[in-house]
Design a protein around this ligand. Structure first.
Ligand SMILES: *[C@@H]1O[C@H](CO)[C@@H](O)[C@H](O)[C@H]1NC(C)=O
Ligand SMILES: *[C@@H]1O[C@H](CO)[C@@H](O)[C@H](O)[C@H]1NC(C)=O
Ligand SMILES: *[C@@H]1O[C@H](CO)[C@@H](O)[C@H](O)[C@H]1NC(C)=O
Ligand SMILES: *[C@@H]1O[C@H](CO)[C@@H](O)[C@H](O)[C@H]1NC(C)=O
Ligand SMILES: *[C@@H]1O[C@H](CO)[C@@H](O)[C@H](O)[C@H]1NC(C)=O
Length: 402
């Protein structure tokens, strides 16, 4: 009896020692997967997609926290790569010191939806590094007379149906299409990101948020040929702060209402942003066709405009090429939109334009301390089917109905 007790006590002691030790080890040192140790060669022509996927499989299958490391150097990622979850443990940190580079021949990834994508993951962070989509060949193709034969292009980085995501200090260059996209995500932080593409490059949106909630985008810089930040259907609780945009198309809510059945956008704050030489400043854009979509509880504040073509704009008559919407009213309901402390210069006479739907007029627009000039004179305002109030300085003069 006594012998049994002491040996089982020893067994229990060893067992708990093992458990505690294991716990302490996993808490202190996350498993680390270096892609070079897994076969990636910097500067190599072969491409590292297999090494990246091996690192992901190990990290995703690991019960505790883990890190994937891409050291400095230029690494070709020769084909689209999908990092799929759900994973066993986490969190998973991806630290990049070098560059991940897409093939220069755009056909390699151009017909895929995305180049690097994360699906159904939770607790993934990406920090540092450069993603180079090498999109210029595709942009040229799209800009040529043979444009109909061009693939539509891949987004560089996509997170879809994922949560607890952090993207920090990443630089995204020359994506074929949208640069950084969140679709169907919850709780995402984008911080200190830089996005650069040619000012004439087509559809190269910087940061695109769709069907996602709890997204903050802070201290970032976006210069592209399309929207700086775009927020579309099904998104709520989005915070954009300290972002510099330009060139490009500015910060956009929309396009909304392309489809008949569509979720709306609500609870968005855009604060302390600067737009320089962009085609739009802060924009809400909706297709001129029937839809269940909406935009409400939107706040734009502390915005500086530098020579922006349409500094403040709501456009409910969006209909590129006038296909499938002429004469139709937008079904999108826009309400409770606040513009607070918006200052700077307009590149066109009309600095503030609210062009709303006849059947769904804009309501609850609030202007507070807006001051926009065009060629050193007050800019002008245009209101169609737009209601709301103004307090403080309002220049252009308030044209809102009640
Ligand atoms: C790009 O790749 C495609 C398909 O492999 C090939 O047909 C085409 O010639 C390549 N283009 C260039 C410029 O190398
Ligand atoms: C929106 O995202 C959720 C996941 O957050 C997903 O289940 C749903 O299918 C998505 N809806 C659309 C219209 O994409
Ligand atoms: C597209 O073509 C126009 C006219 O030739 C040119 O000005 C522009 O820079 C081109 N854009 C791109 C992205 O190549
Ligand atoms: C948006 O904010 C309003 C007011 O604070 C709140 O009632 C509503 O639930 C929020 N919507 C979402 C989808 O979080
Ligand atoms: C209007 O939107 C603001 C956010 O911009 C929000 O705080 C407020 O609750 C909304 N008002 C109503 C009546 O929903």
């Amino acid at each position: 009896m006594a012998a049994f007790n002491s040996s089982s006590a020893l067994f229990v002691f060893i067992f708990f020692f093992f458990l505690v030790h294991r716990y302490l080890v996993s808490a202190a040192t996350a498993a680390k997967y270096d892609v070079v140790a897994l076969g990636a060669v910097p500067g190599g022509k072969a491409g590292i997609s297999e090494a990246l996927l091996r690192a992901w499989e190990s990290a995703c299958g690991s019960p505790g926290p883990s890190t994937i490391y891409v050291p400095s150097g230029r690494f070709l990622v020769e084909k689209p790569v999908e990092f799929a979850g759900p994973c066993q443990g986490g969190p998973i940190g991806i630290r990049i010191d070098g560059s991940l580079v897409a093939p220069s021949n755009y056909t390699a990834i151009g017909s895929s939806y995305s180049w690097l994508s994360f699906q159904r993951v939770s607790g993934v962070s990406i920090s540092g590094g450069i993603l180079d989509g090498q999109g210029s060949g595709l942009w040229k193709c799209k800009n040529s007379s043979a444009a109909t034969n061009c693939p539509s292009g891949a987004m560089s980085l996509l997170f879809s149906n994922s949560k607890n995501i952090i993207i920090s200090r990443l630089t995204s260059l020359n994506s074929q299409m949208f640069h950084i996209v969140m679709d169907g995500c919850q709780d995402v932080r984008v911080h200190g990101v830089k996005v650069f593409a040619d000012g004439m490059s087509p559809n190269t949106d910087g940061i695109h948020v769709q069907n996602s909630t709890g997204v903050t985008i802070t201290s970032s810089r976006v210069a592209t040929g399309d929207d700086c930040v775009s927020i579309t259907q099904g998104s709520s609780d989005v915070w954009v702060e300290d972002v510099m945009c330009g060139p490009g198309h500015g910060i956009s809510i929309g396009s909304l209402g392309k489809r008949l059945e569509e979720e709306g956008v609500e609870n968005v704050t855009v604060t302390s942003v600067t737009l320089t030489e962009t085609t739009n400043g802060v924009r809400i854009k909706a297709w001129g066709r029937p839809s269940s979509g909406f935009a409400r509880n939107i706040r734009f504040q502390n915005v500086v405009m530098n020579n922006v073509e349409n500094p403040i704009i709501i456009d409910q008559n969006y209909c590129p090429d006038n296909i499938n919407c002429p004469g139709q009213d937008s079904g999108v309901k826009i309400s409770n939109v606040t513009y607070q402390n918006i200052r700077g210069t307009s590149a066109t006479r009309v600095g503030m334009k609210f062009d709303c739907s006849t059947t769904n007029p804009c309501t609850g627009i609030r202007l507070e301390d807006v001051e926009l000039t065009y060629k050193d004179k007050p800019a002008e305002a245009l209101c169609v089917n737009a209601g709301g109030t103004a307090i403080g300085t309002t220049q252009p003069a308030n044209c809102l109905g009640v």
